[in-house]
Design a protein around this ligand. Structure first.
Ligand code: JFZ
Length: 418
């Protein structure tokens, strides 16, 4: 049966920051992971990428070290994306890395490397499949076969696809040791919930991996007071941060994880150099934590198996901030205070973290906090920060005032006062 939800998801709610990895054959055309569908490539047009796939520089230990240096606590990698290509050595298909020039199970190496670095390991598995013979040609956007009459009119046996999909999930949760996160993608229209035999699937998963944390994209309503068994453990806002924390219909906060790309694509896209700055990433992460959520930040390694150097540099810079300030992220959540003008609050027990994005004019004000701040320290170096009473303070008896003095905004990303 289902282990206690709060216990099972604790590490996930405390970790706050993870690495999403979108990698597959689509790294070769390098126009994003939807290329097969968006450009309506036929089986023949997509086949060369399978025949060529030879990531000679794939070294997941380097990826894992980078994730760790960035302050990430877990990762989620595409075992299979919508194109149906499997990076793992599935017994149920030949459409896998083993039969490309790579010649081996690339998921096994990922799992082992990330675990070795002490990171939790997650797998992304697309329930949509553009390769399987028994997956319905459905909708222009979702399935690229639609315009191919041969496929469109071909009778399918969807049950065979479901057996395949359930079988692959079973392989993934049997052959790779403990898997911490399963990230399904995605239900749409009437292809949702029991269409995937979702209850049966989730029961099988929990029998194999009782503590696994599962996303909410099998369908169902995660916000319901009594959600379906398959409704998932966390909400997964994509390419956006919710305006406020996410709660269920009973008003109880639910775990969530925003998945966000570093540039504008998930899979490698050679022409997309529109990367977010380290400052944007840190402030985004802090925003997630301040609303009780996680950030799953995506990288798209190239066809050789290399994470683009821009992404590496950004993650290293994020890591330098995290080295000094991670206490204001791990194990933290929303503060029971309104968002301040100058930045954001995160909180861990009786420790409040003030994330200063903006120096402002004069001392930093903490609305409603007069008398409630026992002591204040710069998180980065532990230096004392004085809680002072400016002469005008008598006009604002509810508020506390803090002067950073010489310690002001040392790196301009986010100065944290504990
Ligand atoms: C999905 C994938 O299609 C995408 O390739 C990537 O893996 C991302 C993390 O997840 O993106 C979606 C999912 C659902 C919708 C749009 C994009 N949707 O329902 O509109």
């Amino acid at each position: 049966m289902r282990n206690d939800f709060a216990e099972r998801t604790r590490w996930f709610r405390e970790a706050r920051f993870g690495m999403f990895i979108h990698w597959g054959l689509y790294a070769i055309p390098s126009r994003g992971e939807w290329v097969r569908s968006l450009e309506k490539l036929s089986v023949e047009e997509y086949r060369p990428f399978f025949e060529e796939f030879d990531p000679v520089r794939y070294d997941p230990r380097q990826w894992a070290k980078l994730a760790k240096a960035a302050g990430m606590k877990y990762a989620v990698m595409t075992a299979k994306h919508h194109d149906g290509f499997c990076l793992f050595d599935s017994k149920l298909t030949d459409y896998k890395a083993t039969y490309t020039p790579a010649g081996r199970d690339l998921i096994r190496e990922y799992v082992e490397a990330f675990r070795e670095e002490g990171l939790r390991v997650g797998l992304y598995y697309s329930i949509i499949d553009w390769h399987h013979d028994d997956y319905p040609a459905y909708g222009d956007k979702i399935h690229p076969m639609r315009d191919n009459e041969a496929f469109k009119n071909k009778p399918i046996e969807f049950g065979r696809y479901l057996d395949y999909m359930h079988g692959q999930v079973k392989e993934l949760l049997t052959n790779y040791g403990k898997i911490d996160v399963m990230w399904f993608d995605f239900s749409y229209d009437d292809m949702t919930g029991e269409k995937w035999r979702a209850t049966e699937l989730v029961r099988m998963m929990r029998s194999l991996q009782p503590d696994i944390v599962i996303d909410n994209r099998l369908g169902g309503n995660i916000k319901a007071a009594a959600p379906e068994e398959y409704a998932g453990d966390f909400a997964s806002p994509e390419q956006m941060l919710p305006a406020e924390g996410i709660a269920n219909e009973a008003g109880r906060p639910i775990p969530w994880e925003a998945c966000i790309t570093l540039n504008d694509h998930w899979g490698y896209c050679s022409s997309d150099r529109n990367y977010k700055s380290a400052k944007t990433v840190v402030r985004g992460l802090v925003e997630c934590v301040s609303k009780g959520g996680n950030l799953l930040l995506n990288v798209g390694p190239d066809a050789k198996g290399v994470i683009p150097h821009e992404a590496v540099e950004i993650l290293r810079e994020v890591g330098r901030w995290m080295d000094a300030n991670a206490d204001s992220v791990y194990g933290c959540g929303a503060a029971s205070l309104p968002k301040p003008e100058w930045g954001r609050y995160t909180q861990n027990g009786n420790k409040l973290y003030a994330h200063l994005f903006d120096r402002g004019m004069g001392p930093t004000s903490f609305a409603g906090m007069n008398g409630k701040i026992k002591r204040a320290r710069l998180l980065a170096d532990g230096a004392e920060i004085k809680v002072e009473t400016p002469w005008m303070a008598y006009e604002y008896p509810d508020d506390a005032f803090v002067t950073l003095g010489g310690a002001e905004l040392p790196d301009g990303i986010d100065t944290v006062i504990e």
